[in-house]
Structure formats: C-alpha cells, structure tokens
Ligand binder design. Sequence first.
Ligand code: SF4
Length: 329
Amino acid sequence: MHRNLSKLTQKILDGYRISQQEAEQLAKINGPDLMFLFAWTSKLRRHFFGGEISLCSIINAKSGLCSENCAFCAQSSHHKTDAPIFPLVETEQIVESACQSEGHGSECFGIITSGSSLSSDDELERICAAVRKIVKRGKVSPSCSLGFIGYRTAVKLKKAGVVTYHHNLETAKSFFPHICTTHAYQDDVETIKAAKRAGLKVCSGGVFGLGETMSQRIELAFLLRDLDVDSVPINFLDPVPGSVLQHADYLVPLECLHTIAVYRFILPDRKITVCGGRERNLRELQSWIFAAGANGMMTGDYLTKKERSPQADKQLLIDLGLRPAACPH
Ligand code: SF4
C-alpha cells in the first residue's frame, strides 16, 4: 500500500488527477493504515501550499427566517431553533467585524446572509458599500455568501471588490433530496457558474455527517472539481436542537480526517478549509487536519455558534510550525 500511495502521490505532483475509482480505493483504507495516508496528504499540502495556512473569519450579517428547509440548518424557518433573527446589519458593523478578522490573522473575510437570496437592491448596495470600505483597508480579502445570485449580481459584487463568492452545494446530488426539498440542486450549481463567469473565485463545499456515504462525499468532490471551484470548505455536522437532524450522531474524528485526506487527493491544489463543527467532531485530533491535507481553517465565531478563541487557533499553528497565509490583495 505504501508503494502505491507513493506512486499515486508522485503522479499527482506531476499533474495527474485521480479517477473516481482511485478515490474509492483511498476511501477503503482504514485503521492504523490511515497514518500512512496522512503522510502523503501532508506531502501534497506542503507541495502546493508550503507552511502557510489560510485563516478565514465570517460575519453573520443577516440571520434567520430562511425560506429553505435544509435539514441541518439553524436558520431555516421550517425549524424551531435558538438561532438569532435579525435583518441586515449596518455597513459599519460589517467593516468593524472585518477589522477584527484582520487582527485574528485572517486572510479572507466572509459576509454571510441567510435566505435563498437578498431581498432587495438596497441590501446589495449596502453590502457593496461595506466591501468597498474593506477593500480600501487592503488587509483582508472580501468574500460574500448571499444565497442564489445571477450573473448581473455577480458582476456588481466583483466591481465592488468581492474576491470570492461562497455558495455550498452542501452534499452530493444523489443525497440532496434527503436534505433539502425547497430548491433544486441545479439552482446551486447555476449560482456557482454565474459567479465564475463574472470572474469571481468560488468557494463551495459541503456539510458531512448528514447521513451520506463516503461514496457520496466523493461524488460531491468530483462535481466540485468539474466546476473548477477555487476553495472547498468542509463542515462537519454539529446537530442543532430543533432542526431535522437534531439527533444525528457526531462523526468520529478519524472519519473526519479520512474525508479531508480523500478530498486532498481529489483536489490536490485547491484550498481545503475546515469550518463548522471542527471542535465537536474532531475533539483532541483537531491539529491533525493539516496532516490530513487541509490548508485552511475558519477561526473566530461561526454563523450561529461560538467557537474557541482565535488565539487558541493561532497557537495551534505556531505549535505545528505553520503560519497564517497573508492576504494576497
Ligand atoms: S443552509 Fe442556507 S439556504 Fe439552507 S436553510 Fe440554511 S440559510 Fe437557508
């Protein structure tokens, strides 16, 4: 196995991209053999990203009352959860939050709004105004996640200075009907295509631990590769009381790491960022995400949950001999 992994890794470094069948073989590795796998995913990460880890932070800029029924989500109006409900925050509050994220060493700052899309042009204008101010400071790369968008909105965001549009596919197409029935999977794909066409970078990934199989995670990874997304956020379900998946089990840490590792083999040169659910799913193995191949981590508070301090995350990188990537803009 060691020799096969070594050969496969070398082929990838030479430009080869693995097949779905090869990914399925990687998914079969288990037990202590996973440690061998992590040696090769570390090599891939170091080859493409060196010792730099990309940190990102977000602001929950508009919360709750979403018309969609995503089974895991705290913000769906179909669920009775404790998630906060508030309209779009003031421009200054977004800029202030971006300044804080600069202080945490974040490379990317995401403005996230709930709902299938923004409800008015005025909301879009206010977000663009905040983005222009963030761009002027030049210390953190602005990203937006505003639900479904078409080409025209994508162009407006790009002109305002947005670098990346974030829109998760959430799960594999074959599993999507178990997770959401209020919109079509293709609607999400079209948003990604519109953002790419407008020249935005795209950040799109999913939530794992929803009941999908490893093969379905692989199915999602191959679609993301086909769509040529630039970065892939990986979330692990942290069940929300009141949501459809409130009683779901956490994934075990080695399964989380294995999933990250398979994603690194499928998407060797793309940013892979571990986001929601890191602490509760990975527990004592959080620091292993980088060995498994992740080269990014969300830091600070998540959308509707508080997480550990950005200082603790910074210390984690120092202890591993890694460093936060600087904002390229
Ligand atoms: S994941 Fe997004 S689209 Fe789905 S319910 Fe939550 S806020 Fe709405």
